[in-house]
Design a protein. Structure first.
Length: 311
């Protein structure tokens, strides 16, 4: 009896487990308390994906992908990616069970680099935007995208859907949102967009937009913390059924929202320096967080990958 009381008290007071009851019920996952690991520190991390039994990591201004063993987390090799100068984001497009495609956004060329796995062959797509040094946010294929990836252009304020060979399928102008960072599709005709950087009056929000790019609703205002505020919501990641995760960089936390933007709690509230990118691995129920230290000027200076397991 006393052991049960102690365990309940732990779950209610643990900073990682707190405020999650609604999210656990709705999203179908529970964080395994104490089951957290990290990949090595190094340059800032701008992308992490699991393919097969390997973890792929890209870092700032590095022309190769680091590859780690999924089970031991030990480094295995580096994959040189010709034509990549400014890796800024990375997602996975699954083509069939034995093969995947990694897409890497290169801010220097404003283009996309495709890496076929396991062959590790590299193809450079033509530039997504006409202006070089453009920030691009990526979202991989999910059950709503019909096998396509979504590229968000911050400068052009557009989301673009691409097929696996780099063919542009659809383009949507995002209305009334300045400098969108990334877009994910949350149902057949709705998208979630995160945006925000800087002091007031800059807005730090996650918004739902329809298939014509018009805002339906938003969560957030000027930068802050708590249930209704963010401080640089850098990335979104689908999580379970009808939920999404928010990398709330400035608040050093990962927030759990419903796909209607209702607040379900703070999933991870301690142990992070600044979450930049998220990858939730549905197959193994594992969350990978690209976690970077940020200098006084707001620029990332070093990074690691934090790994959290669920059940």
């Amino acid at each position: 009896m006393w052991r049960l009381i102690f365990m309940l008290a732990f779950l209610l007071t643990d900073p990682v487990c707190s405020k999650r009851a609604n999210g656990v019920t709705r999203c179908g996952f529970q964080l395994r308390s104490g089951h957290r690991r990290s990949l090595p520190d190094g340059r800032p991390v701008y992308g992490v994906q699991r393919v097969g039994d390997e973890i792929y990591v890209i870092r700032d201004s590095t022309p190769y992908i680091e590859v780690y063993d999924r089970l031991t987390h030990l480094p295995k090799r580096n994959v040189t990616v010709g034509g990549m100068r400014g890796p800024y984001d990375m997602v996975k497009m699954t083509q069939y069970p034995a093969a995947s495609q990694l897409l890497i956004a290169d801010w220097f060329s404003a283009g996309i680099v495709s890496v076929q796995i396991p062959q590790e062959t590299v193809t450079v797509w033509s530039s997504v935007e006409n202006t070089a040094a453009t920030v691009l946010g990526l979202a991989g294929s999910n059950r709503y995208t019909e096998g396509m990836a979504i590229v968000t252009s911050s400068a052009a304020r557009k989301l673009k859907k691409f097929g696996g060979r780099g063919n542009l399928v659809e383009e949507i102008s995002i209305q009334d949102i300045s400098s969108p960072r990334q877009t994910i599709q949350v149902d057949s005709n709705r998208y979630a967009v995160c945006h925000g950087y800087g002091r007031p009056p800059a807005q730090h929000r996650v918004c739902l937009v329809d298939g014509r790019g018009r805002i339906d609703r938003c969560r957030g205002r000027t930068r802050g913390s708590g249930a209704d505020r963010f401080n640089v919501p850098a990335r979104l990641e689908p999580f379970g059924s009808h939920c999404m995760l928010v990398a709330d960089t400035g608040n050093k936390r990962v927030v759990l929202l419903g796909n209607d933007l209702d607040y379900l709690g703070t999933l991870i509230s301690s142990g992070l320096n600044g979450p930049y990118r998220l990858h939730f691995d549905d197959d193994y129920q594992t969350l990978y967080v690209a976690d970077n230290k940020v200098g006084a000027d707001g620029i990332a200076i070093s990074g690691r990958v934090r790994i959290y397991s669920f059940k």
